[in-house]
Design a protein around this ligand. Structure first.
Ligand SMILES: CC(C)(COP(=O)(O)OP(=O)(O)OC[C@H]1O[C@@H](n2cnc3c(N)ncnc32)[C@H](O)[C@@H]1OP(=O)(O)O)[C@@H](O)C(=O)NCCC(=O)NCCSC(=O)CC(=O)O
Length: 293
């Protein structure tokens, strides 16, 4: 069921992204697809390419089981592809279905219930490119800098394993504190790398809302004003933790808030995390056309 539904869900998100982009789907040169909800070949990226009518030469990559860092990883990879291939247009698609990880409670494993309580289904899609065609394309966010960090000795803190009965998923109770201890260093390093200085409250924020406790910990650590994580909190409240797709929803929510004049910061950050524990950090720059929308 998941194998069929995951690409269909992605196709519905991608079709909307393509319409907003303003160019035909056949102009997509690369596809990066992230999901934890599959386990077959040919995989969901091929089915998505066929559902959208992408060209047979589209260069496809599937990221499997990157978990909640999958959205951040896919966007970083798309940035690399777009910057290194003139004229490339990369479709990033993340599609997740909790069905694959649905199973009954386990003695002594409270996180089984936690996962089923806070996770949700969803798909998000983004078109990434460099050098926009000004007459057609309206860039929203520039990915100014991107980096990946692995927190040492945390490989057992978030785990996923495909078994006969589905996806065996575990998340330890230590995850919010581990992120709290490591996220600021990632942010400082990222901003130093591009020579931009800003206080945390000067920025707009797209943090993967892995759970309410994670947002609370980050907010407290960085001394963020309450509205700074409003986009992440709204997405978590409305849709749950949709794993890799969630940061795309948060970016979309930021775009809407900006259009309503609720978010005016020029620079911002996106942070996603997943098994590893892997932290994907990105410095974002709101582009002119985003501010005009
Ligand atoms: C789930 C919550 C909203 C519940 O908040 P509450 O304030 O209601 O309750 P709480 O935090 O006191 O937790 C209630 C009880 O559950 C226990 N508890 C909490 N998290 C647990 C876990 N992961 N494993 C086992 N037990 C856990 C607590 O110790 C406590 O036990 P007791 O009652 O005995 O004291 C919050 O704990 C939360 O946001 N946790 C972080 C979730 C998380 O790690 N998300 C990341 C998912 S992974 C991800 O996003 C990336 C990926 O998948 O790749």
């Amino acid at each position: 069921m998941a194998s069929a539904a995951v690409p269909e869900l992605a196709a519905s998100a991608a079709a909307k992204a393509v319409v907003e982009w303003g160019r035909p789907a056949a102009d997509v040169t690369h596809l990066v697809f992230s999901t934890y909800s599959g386990g077959k070949a040919p995989s969901a990226d091929l089915l998505l390419a066929s559902l959208l009518g992408l060209r047979p030469t589209v260069s496809r990559t599937i990221l499997s089981l990157n978990g909640c860092s999958g959205g951040g990883r896919a966007l970083q990879l798309a940035k690399e592809l777009a910057e290194n291939n003139r004229g490339a247009r990369v479709l990033v698609a993340c599609s997740e279905l909790t069905l694959i990880a649905f199973y009954g409670p386990e003695e002594g494993r409270l996180d089984t219930i936690l996962g089923q309580g806070i996770f949700g289904d969803g798909a998000g899609a983004v078109i990434v490119g460099a050098d926009p065609v000004n007459s057609v394309e309206r860039p929203l966010f520039e990915m100014a800098f991107a980096t990946q960090t692995t927190i040492p000795e945390t490989e057992d803190e978030i785990t996923m394993r495909l078994m006969k009965g589905g996806l065996d998923f575990h998340v330890s109770v230590r995850v919010p504190k581990l992120l709290k201890s490591n996220v600021e260093r990632c942010l400082i390093d990222a901003f130093e790398s591009i020579g931009v200085s800003a206080t945390w409250n000067d920025l707009f924020w797209a943090i993967h809302p892995g759970g309410r406790a994670i947002l609370d910990h980050v907010e407290e650590l960085l001394g963020l004003d309450a509205e700074k994580l409003a986009a992440s909190r709204r997405v978590l409240r409305e849709y749950g933790n949709m794993s890799g797709a969630t940061v795309i929803f948060v970016l979309d929510e930021l775009r809407r808030r900006r259009a309503r004049g609720q978010e005016v910061a020029e620079w911002g950050v996106m942070v996603a995390f997943g098994p590893g524990i892997t932290i994907e950090t990105m410095v974002l720059h709101a582009t002119g056309s985003l501010k005009e929308k």
